[in-house]
Write a protein that binds this ligand. Structure first.
Ligand SMILES: O=C(O)Cc1cc(O)ccc1O
Ligand SMILES: [Fe+2]
Length: 439
């Protein structure tokens, strides 16, 4: 069961406790069912109404009942970018390795590895891109991020995301967003892998549609929000609340489940979205449109039109452009482009870029179709054609210049050193005697 709509004001009660939401006020002297009222603020109190975000949670015990936080070891999570040497090369990773259950239990939090990022969690400006590879459900353990929002892209294995707001089942080809501060746990059902885009200090929004009009791309009604669900469970052995704070992990113990919210209302929530619902808009005449037409969500910077990060997808669609080289053009970009593949293959590179792998084309690093793609599409008969059928590639595009972690460059051992060779065979076709066709 889900509520629907992007950024709506929602109100939901676990059906076991009708009337749990106070009527007409947020802070009654005594809340219904003897619950505690707790506000979770996702924006400054004074933000304009259009960007003001907060929710009221009515819970069995408030979040403040916990033992002190202590630092935890986690070597693969990073937010310090200065101790890695810059590398402007085109980078490609083979599918990131998922730990086998026989080699040890790894849950979502312990399976998070930072690939690249930029900025500063303390200055509240920047991004990080992580992958998660795990084989075990978080047990008597939840996580929350003080540094920013997580946009989670499952690639292999569905994940059951239990949050303070309720539960979301998120399958590959769906995404979910868990915003700053929201506590959540992840259950897995086998070997599991996915990608995470973290943004510090901003939230994701639907992009403006401009001349497209009132409808299209990701429609607000297709965003799903969990309904209230609680468990009144004491955990005498200790329940671990893990916090990412200024890039480091901390753990604190409490003796009850944090998923004890009986009812909540507000507009600051986790949500999920099925990528099949994306209404693709594209060129129906000639030329290749820029990939911004495929933006699902954007985290805006203060500069008009410049995103901290965009989440862009390359969904199945028709290719119909006349007298056009239809695949992506060769280009250099003032933005960083990190790409991942959920399933199938990517139209600019049929080989080498595999589901569960990734590429990074950094600021002004040239890239584009490989040799096969160029040759094939330079001579193809241009009839209407299904493009990217059965596939789903995506891009995290950012205005930040990102550092790549030691883990991603070396430790993970998935960097494909031969990536550059996919362009080496591009021949010159230059013919100085070429003449325009007489009309
Ligand atoms: O580099 C890429 O493959 C992503 C991309 C796709 C596209 O259609 C146009 C520009 C672009 O950066
Ligand atoms: Fe690109």
């Amino acid at each position: 069961m889900y509520l629907s709509g992007f950024g709506n004001e929602f109100a939901t009660e676990d059906p076991r406790c009708p009337g749990a939401l106070p009527e007409g006020q947020n802070n009654p002297q005594v809340c219904p069912y003897g619950l505690y009222a707790e506000q979770l603020s996702g924006s400054a109190f004074t933000c304009p109404r259009t960007t003001n975000k907060r929710s009221w949670l009515y819970r069995i015990r408030p979040s403040v009942c916990h033992k002190p936080f202590a630092a935890m070891q986690h070597e693969a999570l990073m937010d310090k970018w200065d101790d890695v040497a810059p590398d402007p090369n085109q980078l490609r990773w083979l599918p990131f390795t998922i730990p086998k259950a026989a080699d040890g239990k790894v849950d979502f939090v312990m399976g998070l590895h930072t690939v690249c990022g930029a900025g500063d969690t303390r200055a509240r400006s920047g991004i990080a891109i992580h992958v998660y590879t795990c084989n075990y459900s978080m047990t008597d353990k939840c996580f929350y991020n003080s540094d920013g929002d997580f946009l989670i892209v499952p690639q292999q294995g569905k994940i059951l995301v239990t949050t303070e707001f309720g539960k979301m089942m998120v399958e590959p080809n769906e995404i979910c967003v868990v915003q700053q501060g929201m506590r959540f746990g992840v259950d897995v059902f086998g070997e599991t892998r996915g990608y995470v885009l973290e943004v510090y200090g901003v939230h994701f929004e639907l992009p403006d549609l401009g001349p497209i009009g009132a409808n299209g791309l990701a429609n607000p009604r297709d965003f799903l929000v969990p309904v209230a669900w609680y468990e009144d469970r004491s955990v005498p052995g200790g329940y671990a609340v893990i916090n990412k704070y200024q890039g480091k992990l901390f753990s604190s113990q409490q003796n009850f489940s944090p998923f004890n919210v009986v009812a909540w209302h507000g507009n600051y929530t986790p949500y999920k979205y099925n990528l099949d619902n994306f209404m693709v808009v594209n060129c129906v005449a000639f030329d290749h449109a820029d990939p911004s037409i495929f933006t699902v969500l954007t985290a805006k910077s203060a500069r008009p039109g410049v995103a901290v990060a965009d989440f862009v997808i390359f969904p199945p669609r028709w290719g119909v452009a006349d007298h056009t080289f239809r695949p992506p053009y060769y280009h250099r970009n003032c933005m960083s482009e990190f790409m991942g593949l959920i399933k199938g293959h990517y139209e600019a590179k049929e080989e080498g870029f595999l589901p569960g792998g990734a590429t990074l084309h950094s600021i002004m690093t040239p890239h584009g179709p490989d040799v096969d793609c160029f040759e094939k599409n330079s001579t193809a008969v241009l009839k209407p054609e299904r493009v990217a059928e059965g596939t789903m590639a995506f891009m995290f595009e950012s205005s930040f210049s990102m550092a790549v972690t030691q883990w991603a460059l070396q430790k993970c051992q998935r960097l494909d050193k031969s990536y550059y060779t996919c362009w080496e065979g591009l021949q010159t076709h230059f013919n100085p005697n070429w003449k325009p066709k007489s009309k």
